[in-house]
Design a protein around this ligand. Sequence first.
Ligand SMILES: CC(C)(COP(=O)(O)OP(=O)(O)OC[C@H]1O[C@@H](n2cnc3c(N)ncnc32)[C@H](O)[C@@H]1OP(=O)(O)O)[C@@H](O)C(=O)NCCC(=O)NCCS
Length: 304
Amino acid sequence: MGSGSVRWAFRCGSWAPTRPEWLHAARCIQREEKDRIGQFMFAKDAKSAMCGRLLLRRLVCERMEVPWSDIRLERSPRGKPYLAKTTPDSASAGSGEWAWNFNLSHQGDFTVLAAQEGRQVGVDVMKTTMPGSSSVPEFFRIMTRQFTEYEWSVIQSSGSEHQQLAAFYRHWALKESFIKAIGTGLGFNLQRVEFHLSSELLTEGRVLRHTKMYLDEEEEEDWIFEESLLDAEHHVAVALGPQDKGGAGALLSSLPPPSHFTFLSFSDLISLAMPLTEEDPAYWESFEKKAEAPERQREKCTHK
Ligand SMILES: CC(C)(COP(=O)(O)OP(=O)(O)OC[C@H]1O[C@@H](n2cnc3c(N)ncnc32)[C@H](O)[C@@H]1OP(=O)(O)O)[C@@H](O)C(=O)NCCC(=O)NCCS
């Protein structure tokens, strides 16, 4: 059995797919996902979603040992991807019986995947960017309800405007990683969860595991949050739920030491991939015409 945890990152922001790359990638994902990705207006969104599918399939193929062409990814009613049973009489039928849990996030320049054996997992990556059209205080005002009074006091006392924004996005990634681990999506009242950052500095090259979460004012000791920086601007948080009680996860030993995100190349993403559908030249023609990102986002600069 592997080390029990996978942390992969792909820098989509600097990926300019060639025609053969894009057409091959499109052939190697499920048809409905290919169609969904084809409908994005901007290339940035299409690329990050495509890389997400390739990351997920690679994980399932490599770590869960399901042949690429048997992998069937589905989504919960709220959108969280999971692995469906491979064949009607498969021994490991049903998503609940896999020891691996996984989750994806794409934002800023990265698509990331976190997977863990025996624990529920949620991941979120956030790039520290200046708000598009408002000042930082105005932006914070609009976001008031996303954080508790205590969290705002920490964010707003963290130094320069840029440091405050970095603290904001750090908290955001933490909150979102939890929401994504439990899979509820937008319906969750974010005031119910409060993060207490560890006093250790979050710097590039480190993975911190000391941040604590309070749910309805009680510390959740079974939840673990791993925080790291992919680069100076991208915070990533991985939420790990309590050890699974039943199923294969219960047989596993305790959590391995925190691991850094590994940066994959496009060749890594497709190294195990197998075409599932025919080549579709029109898919490239439509991709080629897309603008990279909305005008406002392309102009938006980060501020140090
Ligand atoms: C979908 C959601 C879970 C996260 O969306 P997001 O942060 O915009 O996007 P991310 O890039 O981090 O994650 C998207 C990926 O998460 C996965 N995902 C989708 N729905 C999910 C769910 N309910 N639970 C967990 N993961 C989910 C998918 O893999 C998706 O990528 P894909 O559609 O290309 O496969 C949704 O809850 C959301 O929009 N939440 C925002 C709530 C909010 O206001 N947060 C403020 C925090 S302070």
